[in-house]
Design a protein around this ligand. Structure first.
Ligand SMILES: Cc1cc2nc3c(=O)[nH]c(=O)nc-3n(C[C@H](O)[C@H](O)[C@H](O)COP(=O)(O)OP(=O)(O)OC[C@H]3O[C@@H](n4cnc5c(N)ncnc54)[C@H](O)[C@@H]3O)c2cc1C
Ligand code: FES
Length: 249
């Protein structure tokens, strides 16, 4: 238990633990062996260690509440790794700026490790409702914002980042964003304003997680539509991370 309603599940799964690349996710049945709820729920792979992997569950609906109550030793039914990794080798930036909202932190630990391994500087801007909901493990160069002012900057993580962009404190940044939809939209607008690349990892509702059900569409922007003829992309197969300018969040 990281905080009330925020639970880490650690499970043995050599395939997920050894093959996951930062940004990929797993699709997990709320209750292994049960037919109700029938649909899996997607979760970012938060951490890997040997043959073990970890996910963070923010319990708020039926499936996440069941998962958060998983007892030690209980079996999990996990499909993955799925989706595409973060595009951290795009070569169009000097500083990786991780913009994190709430449980979006789950896709940032492996990304931090990958960026550090590439020798790229990382700045992490992390916002949460209150300090008890922060999962700070292994994040580097942290700038924390809380809605209630209990830790760090009092206010939104986007406003905190805006001040540093205005002050030109960050050399040739690229934003890697994961969090609530409103925050990702605000980050995309901010990036467009400053003309900097921005990638967002979407947390859309999903069912199959493997491109069959067409249940996770995200609309493309007009230019991408004109170029590709595709009005929608699938978050599970084409994402979950997208260049912010190519989609409509
Ligand atoms: C790539 C990715 C990574 C994520 N990572 C995390 C994470 O690390 N931690 C975390 O806490 N959350 C994460 N989420 C969000 C998490 O998957 C949801 O919070 C969770 O699915 C909600 O399940 P629930 O049963 O509690 O919610 P409920 O609202 O009770 O149910 C949601 C479920 O309803 C069904 N559903 C609703 N709309 C549709 C639709 N349009 N198409 C198909 N099925 C539908 C699906 O079964 C869906 O899973 C992630 C989401 C994505 C896409
Ligand atoms: S969740 Fe089924 S196609 Fe994406």
């Amino acid at each position: 238990m990281l905080a009330p309603g925020l639970v880490t599940l650690r499970f043995h799964n050599p395939k997920v633990a050894r093959e996951t690349i930062a940004g990929q996710f797993v699709n997990v049945l709320p209750k292994a062996g049960a037919i109700d709820p029938m649909l899996r729920r997607p979760f970012s792979v938060y951490n890997t260690d040997g043959d073990e992997a970890e996910i963070i569950i923010q319990a708020h609906g039926r499936g996440t509440n069941i998962l958060a109550d998983t007892a030690e030793g209980e079996m999990l039914d996990v499909l993955g790794p799925l989706g595409n990794p973060w595009n951290y080798k795009s070569g169009d930036f000097k500083t990786a700026v991780l913009v994190i909202g709430g449980v979006g932190v789950a896709s940032m630990l492996l990304l931090t490790r990958a960026l550090v391994k590439e020798g790229l500087p990382v700045q992490s801007y992390y916002g949460a409702r209150t300090k008890d909901l922060l999962a700070l493990q292994d994040l580097t160069n942290l700038h924390v914002a809380t809605d209630d002012g209990s830790e760090g900057f009092h206010g939104s993580v986007i406003n905190m980042l805006r001040k540093d962009l205005e002050a030109r404190k960050i050399e040739q940044p690229k934003l890697f964003v994961c969090g609530p939809t409103g925050m990702m939209r605000a980050a995309a607008v901010l990036a467009a304003e400053y003309g900097i690349p921005c990638e967002v990892s979407l947390e859309t509702e999903m069912a199959c997680g493997i491109g069959i059900c067409q249940g996770c569409p995200v609309p493309t922007d007009d230019t991408t539509f004109q170029k590709t003829g595709k009005r929608f992309r699938l978050v599970c197969m084409d994402g979950p991370s997208f260049s912010a300018e190519t989609i409509t969040i």
